[in-house]
Structure formats: C-alpha cells, structure tokens
Design a protein around this ligand. Structure first.
Ligand SMILES: [Zn+2]
Length: 260
C-alpha cells in the first residue's frame, strides 16, 4: 500500500507536475475516506498546496524540484522522501492534528478563529520541519547536529524570519504538535532520532522567546522552561539566526523589502 503510494508520487513527478527546480504543490483530489475528502476540498478551495509552494519558492531556491504532496497514506505521518524528492503530508496527519487542536482549543475555551489559526500554524510548522529535511538533502548541506533537531531549527527560523502571509501562529501552533497525549519517554524513544516531544516543545519555546521576548513572553512559563535555560534563549536564538543564512547560502533568497 505504502510502496504503491510512493510510486504514485514518483509518477506525479515523472508526469511533469514538478518544474525543473523548486517546490510544487499537489494533492490527491478524490481520496476514498469522507474525512479526507473534506480535507481535499478545503485544499482545493484555498489552492493551498500551490500557495504553500509559492511561499517556499519565495524563500528558498532549490537546485532540484521538490513536490509538496497531500495524500492519504494509510498512516498518520508527514515525511520527506529523498528518493522521490517529495514532502508528503498525509491526510491522516492533518485529521489527527485537527482533532488535537480542536480538543485543546475547546478545553481552554479558545475561539474558533484562534483554533483555526493554531491549526494553520501547526500544519505549517510540520511542513517546515519536513522542508528542512528536504533542503538539507536536495542542497547537500553539511550538518553536525541531529538532523531532526536541525529540521526543528530550520522550521523555527523560517516561521519567525520568513513567515507565510496570513499564518499568525506558526510557532504556538507548532508547539501544539508536541503536546501529544501519546508522547513516549521510554528507552526506545530516548534513543530515537527525534528529541523527546517535551524537549522539542521547550526548544521551540526557548528559541521563539529568544527571538522576540515581547511577542513570545508567555511561552517559557507555558512550557515551564527551567530558569537556567531561559537565561540562554537569546543567545541560542542569536546562534541559530546567524547560522541559518550561512548554512543555506545561495539556497536562501534575499528577504523582500518591506512595502513601507
Ligand atoms: Zn523530521
């Protein structure tokens, strides 16, 4: 099933849906599951896959095509497939995030608008994390840290320095992704490629607070960031902020001048 899916992605690329270089958005228009059909409809109505690709292409200049593919996968996942050069966002993952954000929002009495902004932010953060993997592989960038932590750093940097227009909560929405009731802290999880969800939550909170201690002033308390770590957030962010443009080099397009 999953192999068939990857073959479909490869065929989509081979069919010329991807340009010579850069991101291109695509989605499965008629998935069998009614819940996935609703997601596909909202993607189509908002032209979301292509708008995502357009934003990424305004920030990054990749030497090869990368497909941003929304599709049913038979599992709750989002990932970058190096072989197919595709960031795959599974409908199952979107559905799960939607349910989690809805539950969290209702439990704290958030408005529908806030819940929608959080959902958009969560989806963007996940996407930017996978785009971080894609950029690393496609642009053949060096790395020393764990790739999963680097992908979180790249996602946070883009969310703060080059946020997509109209997406107001890519950081706090992204943090919701790590508030996972099924989060694991066992031996297997500790030895895995990802930092633990609680660590990823605190990392993103720390970096965002370091970047903008006014806008994100509530985050350290919200995640109960230890005082000693809190004191180093500005320095951690400054290091990321200096490193990302140097790491990306020509892959990073210059920021557009502000219209004022
Ligand atoms: Zn990852």
């Amino acid at each position: 099933m999953f192999r068939l899916f990857l073959v479909a992605v490869a065929l989509a690329i081979a069919a010329g849906q991807a340009p010579a270089a850069g991101f291109v958005g695509n989605f499965q228009a008629a998935p069998p599951d009614p819940a996935h059909q609703r997601i596909a409809l909202s993607l189509a109505r908002g032209q979301i896959p292509q708008r995502i690709a357009d934003h990424l292409n305004s920030v990054l200049q990749l030497p090869a095509p990368v497909l941003i593919q929304f599709q049913a996968c038979g599992m709750e996942n989002a990932f970058f497939s190096p072989r197919q050069r595709a960031v795959v966002f599974c409908y199952e993952m979107q559905d799960a995030i939607h349910k989690r954000v809805t539950w969290l929002s209702s439990s704290v009495g958030a408005s529908t608008r806030t819940a929608t902004e959080m959902l958009d932010g969560a989806l963007w953060f996940i996407l930017l994390h996978e785009v971080g993997h894609a950029v690393h592989q496609v642009a053949d960038l060096p790395t020393l840290g764990r790739r999963e932590d680097v992908a979180d750093q790249l996602a946070t940097w883009i969310a703060i320095r080059r946020p997509p227009a109209g997406v107001n909560e890519p950081i706090t929405g992204g943090m919701l992704v790590f508030l996972n009731p099924q989060t694991r802290t066992d031996y297997e999880a500790m030895g895995g490629p990802h930092s633990l969800d609680a660590q990823r939550l605190m990392n993103v909170a720390c970096w965002a607070f370091g970047a903008d201690p006014v806008r994100y002033r509530e985050l350290p308390d919200m995640v109960r960031l230890p005082d000693a770590r809190r004191a180093s957030c500005a320095e951690e962010w400054a290091a990321i902020d200096a490193a990302v443009p140097r790491l990306l080099g020509r892959v990073l397009k210059p920021a557009r001048a502000a219209p004022w």
